[in-house]
Design a protein around this ligand. Structure first.
Ligand SMILES: [Zn+2]
Length: 63
């Protein structure tokens, strides 16, 4: 099964964040990324721009 994952430390200036998420689908990884952003960083994912999401997409890995 393919595993999709995102590590917050790969995001610029988030090097110290230990947050990582992984799931079987990219869709679920996105949901978990958004939850992490809210819970850990107080962000509002609805404010993320198309550019933000395009960059985040490049940080999602699969194996
Ligand atoms: Zn984080």
């Amino acid at each position: 099964m393919t595993k999709y994952s995102y590590a917050c430390r790969d995001y610029p200036e988030m090097e110290d964040c230990p947050g990582e998420v992984a799931a079987a689908t990219e869709e679920e990884v996105w949901k978990l990324m958004e939850l992490h952003a809210v819970a850990a960083h107080g962000e509002d994912p609805s404010q993320w721009t198309v550019e933000d999401r395009a960059f985040l997409q490049t940080l999602i890995g699969s194996e």
